[in-house]
Design a protein around this ligand. Sequence first.
Ligand SMILES: Cc1cc2nc3c(=O)[nH]c(=O)nc-3n(C[C@H](O)[C@H](O)[C@H](O)COP(=O)(O)OP(=O)(O)OC[C@H]3O[C@@H](n4cnc5c(N)ncnc54)[C@H](O)[C@@H]3O)c2cc1C
Length: 394
Amino acid sequence: MQDSLVIVGAGQAGAQVAQSLRMAGFEAPIALVGDEPHPPYQRPPLSKKHLAGEIDDEALHLRPLAFYEQNRIDCRFGVSVEAIDRDARELALSDGTRLGYATLVICTGTRPRALPLPGADLAGVVTLRTIADVERMRARLADPGHVAIVGGGYIGLEVAAVARTMGHEVTVLESRDRVMQRVVSPDVSAFFDALHRGNGVDIRLDTGVAGFSGEGHVRALTLATGEELACDLALVAVGALPNDDLARAAGLEVDDGILVDASGRTSDPHIYAAGDCTRFFSARYGRSIRLESVQNAIDQAKAVAAALTGGAPDYDPVPWFWSDQYAIKLQIAGLSQDHDTALTVGDPATNSFYVAYLAQGRLAAVDSINHPRSHMMARRAIGKTYEDGLLPPA
Ligand SMILES: Cc1cc2nc3c(=O)[nH]c(=O)nc-3n(C[C@H](O)[C@H](O)[C@H](O)COP(=O)(O)OP(=O)(O)OC[C@H]3O[C@@H](n4cnc5c(N)ncnc54)[C@H](O)[C@@H]3O)c2cc1C
């Protein structure tokens, strides 16, 4: 099928590319190849309501299976793409078949960063990215126990909140001097630190992990100090790496993510990419960025579909993200990494405030804690102009 389009990776971005193409009247055959056995699903609830058992697998699905059939999307789930032959414009699939393409869209997402420590391969030492990971965790969470979480980022803290709410003892081990250090200001870190401690989580900062031990199954975690911490489940949540190996092996330009332009086009004009696996230049932030968010997966996928149906997208988003921990919603608009000033507005003690980050006098980002109005205004303000920081009172 020489005129066909193939999407590798049946996640948030892959599903959106297929859907947006059909909505735009794209008529050529579309195949959606994904290595997980499920239809495309949303991942955010995996560390929130789904882990807590409040919603089942099916409620995660982005579209019912019938949607793909009705839209003539040839779904190949449970099959991975092992190689891209750019000269023949063919893919080698794990089921031994080959699949031709006229246009390829790579939406392979990320994988959890592993900790190469002794005992990291024991049962009960887990990472969280997929429904299968949640199933593994649930089996251990069925009985009361001790959950150790390595990494005090969003995923680690969201799981801490769920496990604590389920009644488990929870310890969070963070190598830096505050939680979520990479993405939020000291005030926001302090707020979430106090929130978790107030709920009974043992947070240990500046704490390294040396390994895991147990007979077949993890029973303890060893800290860098040599101290042993008993645990029945150890979640390693220390960040993610882009699944860009397939692209790299095919000779595409890759640098901690598949390099794409504002249309999602890679260094091969027949190959596009979207979602967590990409890196692109943001004029807004004056540097190349790689985003891991639902917003980016959806909006960049739409840009790719627009480019493939005759449009000329100029993808440079105002990134946004959220995290739910207990009854607190953190919403982040923009990127705060390059800020020189952080202004906290409102009193964190009221559980509703926001922090505005300025970079050279421009509004770069806003973290809103139970304060949706500032989040929406920040998205508009950052999108419109860097100086138009008309933020509401807390
Ligand atoms: C636990 C968790 C909580 C999150 N919470 C939030 C949140 O609150 N808010 C937010 O904005 N974002 C959140 N995210 C991030 C968000 O889910 C991702 O940014 C989004 O899923 C990215 O979509 P994607 O399509 O790029 O990648 P994915 O959704 O990961 O899809 C990629 C798919 O490609 C498959 N694949 C990879 N390689 C191959 C191959 N060679 N062949 C076939 N298939 C392949 C993968 O297995 C996967 O199914 C969370 C993520 C996780 C894991």
